[in-house]
Design a protein around this ligand. Structure first.
Ligand code: BEZ
Ligand code: FE
Length: 297
């Protein structure tokens, strides 16, 4: 017993010594922030290896997995960000960098489907561009944390179509279910979009295989993406989610915040819409008031 204990102590000392040696290798790092990042990374990495008693086979599997994540990444697909997303690392980073300020709207994950240069749709315009799905009237007001309306805020909206696919996922170069507009002089905005539906994240690569191996679903809760920029305000990247969606509690990228869940009011075919349009089929309506935090906070 005593011998086992002392072997254990020797082993512990060797492991701790190695970790300290690696940490010490950054002593001469001239950039203090880089030094902090590397020292912390090594501390946690060695802690992980020692805590789980990582086998050499597991180490090799991990290296193979990360290699595959790299190989799956190209101009059109960022498998590393997807990995960060499903591990909650993206949301943790967003949380750390978007501290709560007053009642500023919470931020959530950006996702891989934003495109620069979306069509301008204007007030009351339609971002659908022929995409499949049920029409959804979206309206609200953009204010700062003092409740003062923010005019001329650029509001980017994008989403998957009713079949659960973004335009980028089709091979035909279409642009659909994305667009932008600017808040009016009272901070108000309104547009037609598509009632969000749940869809899976790209799961035909190593991240998808990891989700399957660990018994996790690739599904995201139904959502509508927003990015709102205005002078003097912190840029907001967020979504709204659909109250009652059963995936709210299991969103695979941990993007759901209860403050972002909204009622999507259902309307039958023939009911006049807020802009006087008579929609052919059923449609929905949602209100999303956006509160922007101050820039630099
Ligand atoms: C999305 O919402 O579009 C998304 C977010 C994270 C990973 C994959 C997709
Ligand atoms: Fe999305």
């Amino acid at each position: 017993m005593t011998e086992t204990k002392s072997i254990h102590a020797v082993q512990q000392a060797r492991e701790a010594e190695l970790a300290q040696q690696v940490i010490g290798s950054f002593d001469g790092c001239a950039n203090p922030r880089l030094k902090q990042l590397m020292v912390n990374l090594v501390t946690h990495l060695h802690g992980f290896i020692r805590d789980v008693r990582l086998t050499e086979e597991e180490w090799a599997t991990g290296i193979r997995f990360l290699t595959e994540v790299g190989q799956a990444t190209d101009e059109r697909r960022q498998e590393f960000i997807l990995l960060s997303d499903v591990l909650g690392a993206s949301m943790q980073t967003i949380g750390v960098n978007n501290e709560a300020v007053g009642d500023a709207t919470e931020a959530t994950v950006f996702g891989p489907f934003f495109v620069e240069g979306s069509p301008f749709v204007g007030q009351g315009g339609n971002i659908g561009s022929g995409a499949a799905g049920e029409p959804c009237w979206v309206e609200g007001v953009v204010t700062d944390t003092d409740g003062v309306p923010v005019p001329n805020a650029r509001i980017e909206v994008w989403e998957a179509d009713g079949d659960g696919l973004y335009d980028l996922q089709y091979d035909d170069q279409r642009t659909a279910a994305r667009g932008h507009l600017f808040s009016d002089e009272h901070g108000r905005y309104r547009l037609w979009a598509i009632t969000p539906t749940p869809y899976p994240i790209p799961s035909d690569g190593p991240v998808g295989r990891m989700l399957q191996a660990t018994g996790r679903s690739p599904m995201r809760a139904a959502h509508l993406h927003f990015m709102v920029t205005a002078q003097g305000c912190r840029t907001l990247v967020t979504h709204i989610f659909v109250r009652g969606d059963e995936l709210l509690a299991s969103d695979t990228v941990f993007g759901v915040k209860s403050s972002l869940v909204r009622d999507f009011e259902r309307h039958q075919a023939g009911a006049a819409a807020p802009d006087g349009t008579v929609v052919e089929g059923s449609w929905s309506k949602v209100r999303f008031d956006i509160v922007l935090g101050p820039a630099g906070v």
